[in-house]
Ligand binder design. Sequence first.
Ligand code: PLP
Length: 384
Amino acid sequence: MSREQERVSKRVQELKPSGIRKFFELIIGRDDVISLGVGEPDFAVPWRIREEIIYALEKGITSYTSNFGLKELREAIAEYYRKFGVECSAESVLITTGVSEGVDIALRAILNEGEAVLVPEPCYVSYAPLSSLAGGEVVAIPTTPDFKLSYELIDEYAKETKPKAIVINYPNNPTGVSYSKKELEEIADAAIEHDMIVISDEIYAELSYTFKHISIASLNGMEERAIILNGFSKAFAMTGLRIGYAIAPADILEGMLKIHQYCMLCAPVTAQIGALEALRNGEDELEEMRAEYIRRRNFFVKRVGKVLDVKMPDGAFYAFPSIESTGLSSEEFAERLLFEKNVAVVPGNAFGECGEGYIRCAYAVSMEKLREAVDRIVEFVEEL
Ligand code: PLP
């Protein structure tokens, strides 16, 4: 055994490197590349939010907040979530350091060693590794070819594995798929039938185009078993400010707080003040960004749809075309597209095994860059 292996815990040694990170090492410092790889809004944080943060700094507001987060922000979030059908009070809200921390502490708060967690794939890259780090056994549910969960699909996997929880994400990264109320009711029925906790990552709730976003926590019987995770990174283009939140039943929220108080203490105070401004006055900027994403989505699907099979995304800012017709693997496709046409996309298998045969393209770049990238993708496929 090498020294490194001895010093690093078995759990960490066993983690697979992120497929996204591996790919991004290749484009660092390459200004000639148009990247549709990063899942990050290309907009600056709206000016009014930046101003509030600057004022807070000028006033010297730089201290810790309560472990739960600022009371006004928690109140504003409880009020805001009515928009997605959830009635809750500020006491049910915990401010986290991004949704990433929320995923981590939700899993750690509920999982005992060896308990199963259902992870529908393709999915955001952190769910499986953070479940494993929390001691859980990941049970992947492949959702290809329509990328949708149904009662039957969940039932099939839950019957055998008796899972403690399921992690869902809609609108979805990387597929862009979302759910109608009726489809969510099926997922809720399966969760109730198998007595599962539902961790619902709703970070793209505001970027819902096909359906009006409804939180699964608002459905009958879900209040006591749903952990909502959401944040400000995507809707308000606040990725680097690191503000997320969890809305959860009291016992689970208390468990999450116990971990949060030791590992984070609190989320950054100035960013919490910015988040409050986003909820109070950020609607106009949000609308503008949403309209622009819809424009880009429509353009992407129309143009790329001529050479690859691509579904119209319901939300978020990702498209997930199938590249099966090209005969290349996801990684071969992504590597050759990068080296031959200077366009970066992420191989679909970075989001789970069943993502093989697809690529993820983020349309969070300017229309000008998107046009150029799409032309190059079309040219690349036609030349194959
Ligand atoms: N959840 C999903 C589905 C995401 O796509 C991302 C970021 O890409 C995150 C969580 C991480 O969000 P945050 O910046 O709030 O940590």
